[in-house]
Design a protein around this ligand. Sequence first.
Ligand SMILES: Cc1ncc(COP(=O)(O)O)c(C=O)c1O
Length: 329
Amino acid sequence: MTKAFGSTFTRHMGVSGYRDGQWSPVEMRSLGELHLHPAAHVLHYGSSCFEGLKAYRREDGGVHIFRLDKHIERMQNSARLLCLPVPDRELLDEIICRLVHACRDDVPPAPGALYLRPVLSGVDPNIGSASRPASEALLYVIASPVGDYFGNSQTPLRLLVEDRMRTTPEFGQVKTGGNYAAALRRVVDAKQNFQADQVLFCPDGDVQETGAANFLLLQDGAILTKPLDGSILPGVTRDSLLRLAGSLGYRIEERNFGIDDMLEWIAGGEAALSGTAAVLAGVGALYHDAEEHHVGNGKVGAHTSRLRSLLTGIQTGSEADDFGWLRKL
Ligand SMILES: Cc1ncc(COP(=O)(O)O)c(C=O)c1O
């Protein structure tokens, strides 16, 4: 039986620690347990952020990391907003690239990839520091060979439209565990009670994103999505798809829109979720106010399939990397 996405790991991990204002040199270690004091800041006050990015293997055997710089920038922004020590660009670059080097043989061929998970946590032992930033931190990176997140890219998703916010207006942009914890009850209930794959969070009717992906509306010649205002995660896949689609002549509309606008759009258009794990996954139905709304004909749409295939083509080398998004190792 194939194991669930993200539950197999390579044998190595990259590690660096922050203490007395300095990061220790990056070390490659065997994957193993972490030793944390039970009073570690992260275990009590949630001082932790992470990233999710992928390395791809090409047919010629070469290995490339997709948009490393953009993920590094986002991790630095998350660290800043969580008052964690901010690792500099060079440190994050080194720890990620050295791990991919060490695990090179474990990068699966397309459509699989090596999913990379850098994590930064506050670790000093002090349960009295709820209102003080962590002064010591641990940075590590682990890697997981993965296949296709939703199993089959042709199976359209069913979303529950919820009139609630995933997290807070400022913290949506931070990739931190607390945001996922805050949304989990909604996601679990949506799966159990409505057989939904994901929740689409729409506080006061403002269409935002799902628990683990950005949300895009597509139609002939146009794409509509919420702008980056701090309340949603600035998805690297979202950015890549918008740039790619813009270069193909699609009109890119980044503006706020409501549930009614969305329902009007999906009558003849497409909806999709974008993310490193999902790539671009078609949505077939939206469940809102006890009513099921089909997206187009309920199947994965032509624009969704086209953009997904172009983006995965760039990632895996069958399409030209015109934007300079790949880092060759
Ligand atoms: C809440 C949320 N929004 C959007 C995304 C998509 O981001 P990216 O395309 O960088 O993977 C993710 C993916 O991790 C996410 O968790």
